[in-house]
Design a protein around this ligand. Structure first.
Ligand SMILES: C[S@@+](CC[C@H](N)C(=O)[O-])C[C@H]1O[C@@H](n2cnc3c(N)ncnc32)[C@H](O)[C@@H]1O
Length: 203
């Protein structure tokens, strides 16, 4: 794994999530259902990006299918857990761990067959991620909706999807495959989007 820049150690998101993933945390390494659905689609060749990956079972599933995966997360502790499990499964040569704040990370344009963002919402990050998709590449994104704030008023509105989002924020050249809400018990409602980048038209 790349080392996070030393001045980034005090990044508030890193401090908070490193504490969450620290002593006492057990990773399930279960792939996210949206990732399972996306990886079952007809994807173009190319790598997968898992944004805000955590210790991601989705990244492990994509690698087990032979895909190169870039896992980006602000928490180097989460990425350490993912790297350890990837080594145990003999998949570490396929997974690149990138400890970075997604608000500063930029994908190589047109590179990824699949980009995942589950359990994380920032419309600016969403906007920057989409151009990273290869033609026919698939975007899988899931986050809580503003309805979740009824159950958890402390959840900041900025972390929640507003009505119609994220599909309404897609740029031209993207086609929605599905956008569905699913209840998550006491935690509120999550909304998952699958969308595909169109093939480029004739010049
Ligand atoms: C709720 S977890 C979701 C993890 C995983 N994607 C999943 O679906 O289970 C949110 C993740 O976002 C990461 N995160 C929070 N703020 C971030 C930021 N600014 N840049 C990159 N990752 C961030 C956390 O470290 C954490 O792993």
């Amino acid at each position: 794994m790349e080392e996070p820049p030393s001045d980034a150690a005090r990044h508030p998101d890193r401090v908070r999530w490193n504490a969450r993933y620290g002593t006492g945390f057990t990773a399930s390494f279960a792939p996210h259902p949206l990732a399972v659905a996306a990886l079952a689609l007809d994807l173009p060749p190319g790598p997968v990006a898992d944004l805000a990956s955590g210790p991601s079972g989705s990244a492990l599933l994509a690698a087990a299918q032979g895909r190169a995966v870039t896992a980006v997360d602000v928490s180097d502790v989460a990425l350490g857990l993912l790297g350890q499990e990837a080594r145990r499964r003999g998949l570490d040569h396929l997974i690149t761990l990138v400890p970075a704040d997604l608000r500063a990370w930029r994908p190589v344009p047109g590179r990824y067959a699949l980009m995942l963002g589950t359990g994380f919402w920032d419309p600016a990050v969403f906007a920057v991620a989409v151009p990273g998709l290869a033609p026919r590449g698939v975007l899988g994104w899931e986050a809580f909706t503003t309805a979740a704030r009824q159950a958890r008023p402390a959840l900041p509105a900025a972390w929640c999807l507003r009505p119609g989002e994220p599909a309404t924020l897609l740029p031209a050249g993207m086609t929605v495959i599905s956008q569905e809400d699913r209840p998550d018990g006491q935690r509120g409602t999550r909304r998952g989007l699958l969308a595909r980048r169109d093939r480029p038209g004739p010049a």
